[in-house]
Structures are given as C-alpha cells and as structure tokens.
Write a protein that binds this ligand. Structure first.
Ligand SMILES: [Ca+2]
Length: 163
C-alpha cells in the first residue's frame, strides 16, 4: 500500500533555473532516501543499504519501507545495479529457500525463467551447493551467483514511485 501522506511530507518540489526566464518545477517521484531511475521502460525507486546484513534482514528492512530487495529481471537492470553498487557486494531480491532449485522473485512471487537464468547468472551458476539459497553479486563479478543466505552483504531496496 502506498502512503501518499508520507510522499507529500518528504518530497518537496524544487525550483530549477533552466538558464532563461523559465522556471520548472521538479518533483522526485520517490520517497526520501530513494532515487529514481529509468530502466526496463519504467521508473524504479532504489536505495542502497548503508550496512551489510543477512539476506533475511535485508529483506525485512526493505519490507519495512513498503518495498522489497531490488529485482534484476533483465540484463539492463542488473547492469544498472552493478554500476550503482560501485564494487560493493549486494543481495538480489530472489531465493529458493521455499523449494530447492526454484528461485522466486521477491517483488511479485514469479519464478525465475530459464531465459533469465541464462542471461543473468555467471557461467556455471546457480550451482545449488549446500545452503546456497540466496542470490547476490560479488564484485568484480557482474553476474548473479547463488550463495549462503547468512553472509553479510549490502542490498538495494526498491519501491514503487509515489510510495
Ligand atoms: Ca553458487
């Protein structure tokens, strides 16, 4: 559920001088602490966590904000997060904790497709080794890899614009 009241409190319109006599009103569509990115033909509001945590904690922190650990369903979105992370290791919003070898995206509960597996994971991954039920990117890698969920990593929270 989006809280429009919160949105109004935390996103003041800014006046931007365009260089001439015209002034434009710009309003960040994302709540405080989140930045807007155009990716996958939509606007995503993203925030990188300030500390490392387990997958479970990262997930619950994002849920407390009304969102989820950021998805990377396309190579374009994955490349964006890798770039924003600047070498920091981060969790991706997907795990197969419920049913082994069936990765489910946090944002909509859909199952990872074979095409996504091929496009997004590192060669030879996901390896499904013992307890590797969560998914992350570990620089200098730029693709996904399943790893143990109790490792400590940063993560991106993602929420809907206006939420
Ligand atoms: Ca692995």
């Amino acid at each position: 559920m989006c809280r429009s009241m919160f949105w109004n409190q935390t996103n003041d319109a800014q006046q931007i001088d365009a260089g001439g006599s015209d002034l434009y009103l710009f309003k960040n569509p994302c709540r405080l602490g989140y930045s807007a990115y155009q990716v996958d033909n939509t606007t995503s509001c993203l925030k990188l966590s300030t500390k490392r945590s387990t997958y479970r904690k990262a997930r619950s922190d994002c849920q407390a904000d009304g969102g989820h650990t950021a998805s990377t369903k396309t190579p374009e979105k994955l490349a964006l997060l890798v770039k924003l992370a600047q070498g920091v290791y981060f969790w991706v919003g997907m795990d197969d904790r419920k049913k082994n070898k069936e990765f489910v995206w946090q944002d909509d509960g859909s199952v990872l497709t074979p095409l996504q597996t091929q496009q997004l994971f590192m060669p030879g991954e996901p390896s499904h080794l013992t307890d590797q039920d969560c998914v992350s990117v570990k620089a200098p890698e730029t693709g996904l890899n399943d790893r143990k969920c109790n490792l400590f990593m940063n993560s991106f929270c993602e929420i809907q614009p206006g939420c």
